[in-house]
Design a protein around this ligand. Structure first.
Ligand code: SF4
Length: 332
């Protein structure tokens, strides 16, 4: 087994709930206002091996983006450790600064990370120049190479972000991240805001880059279908916990956890004949609030198989053989 590049060891993240204006008024009037914590990530341990792509999947609000930010060193965990090649991705001094540029992130909204008044050539060159990956003499050729690699004409370097379409901006964000020669690329819902046809183009680009550069990546999405062909392994998250993890092909062929099974049948597909014989069935109920997650198995209020044990005892991730794990009392 190859050594892990990224290791998350018992990582948890809690946020204090924001105090609303209504709460502040009530507190001023003497009412007792509860300040509760959001348990965004609960005791997650996983590793990513060099050269592999891990898909991280779950409904909006399940904690997958928070976990991605912890892995990238953007957010400190409340407890547990995130390390890259055995070294922490974030200072343990309490100042919480990011220690490495070796992890780069592509976000859902590339506009947010591009300065609208900065030409995209400058935006791409900025990081590599600052970190000595290229000198000023080589910067023009370096930027041209990055743009060409993501399928954009190098002459676009002099344009501003607003002169590009959503798909092109996402290509620029990918070029900018790869220009830093990262060891690990984290893509957080990179196609969620794009039209379906553009989504396919960006996903194909990612697949090509993955093969050409032997990328190590975490691909975060709410849609199991999106990560299906991109990922070597898939981790399914539900309310802050990993509920199933294993090789993609096996998870899609025979999901062990009832939530994974529900996710696979909850997305209507036009090409259903290519998706096997699973009938479309939306997941019952809403994702509960992470402010007050259900006791025991967090999924029990929506699970058709739930027993009394499920309501009181949290299931642990157990081996299901061949590098597969699932957190369900009934999975086998
Ligand atoms: S532990 Fe129980 S409630 Fe949770 S997924 Fe398994 S069967 Fe359903």
């Amino acid at each position: 087994m190859s050594a892990a590049l990224l290791e998350l060891d018992g990582v948890s993240k809690r946020f204090r709930r924001k105090i609303s204006l209504g709460d502040r008024i009530a507190a001023k009037l003497g009412a007792k206002v509860e300040t509760r914590e959001v348990r965004a990530v609960e005791n997650v341990s996983l590793s990513v091996i060099r050269g592999e792509t891990l898909g991280l999947v779950g409904e909006s609000g399940c904690g997958k983006s928070t976990l991605g930010r912890i892995a990238a060193g953007i957010l400190p965990p409340t407890s547990g450790k995130a390390s890259l090649d055995g070294r922490p991705v974030m200072s343990e001094s309490g100042r919480h600064e990011k220690l490495t540029t070796r992890v780069q992130t592509v976000f859902q909204d590339p506009f947010a990370s591009l300065n609208p008044r900065r030409r995209i050539g400058d935006a791409i060159a900025e990081g590599p120049l600052a970190h000595g990956l290229v000198d000023h003499a080589g910067a023009v050729a370096y930027v041209a190479e990055q743009l060409y690699r993501v399928g954009l004409d190098p002459s676009y370097a002099s344009r501003f972000p607003h002169q590009f379409s959503g798909g092109q901006r996402q290509r620029i964000a990918i070029a900018r991240a790869l220009a830093m020669k990262p060891d690990l690329l984290i893509c957080d819902e990179p196609v969620a805001s794009l039209d379906v046809s553009i989504q396919a183009q960006v996903l194909n680009l990612f697949l090509d880059l993955r093969r050409a550069l032997n990328l190590t990546a975490i691909f975060i999405s709410h849609d199991l279908g999106v990560v299906r062909h991109l990922s070597d392994r898939v981790a399914i998250m539900y309310l802050g916990r990993i509920v199933e993890i294993g090789p993609s092909a096996e998870i899609y062929a025979s999901p062990k956890h009832p939530y994974t099974q529900a996710l696979l049948t909850s997305v209507p597909r036009l090409n259903r004949h290519r998706e096997g014989r699973r009938a479309f069935r939306p997941i019952a109920g809403e994702l509960p609030s992470p402010l007050s997650p259900p006791s025991g198995c967090h999924f029990h209020p929506r699970c058709t198989l739930a027993t009394d044990r499920c309501r009181t005892e949290p299931p642990q991730l157990r081996s299901m053989g061949s590098d597969r794990h699932a957190a369900c009392h009934l999975a086998e």
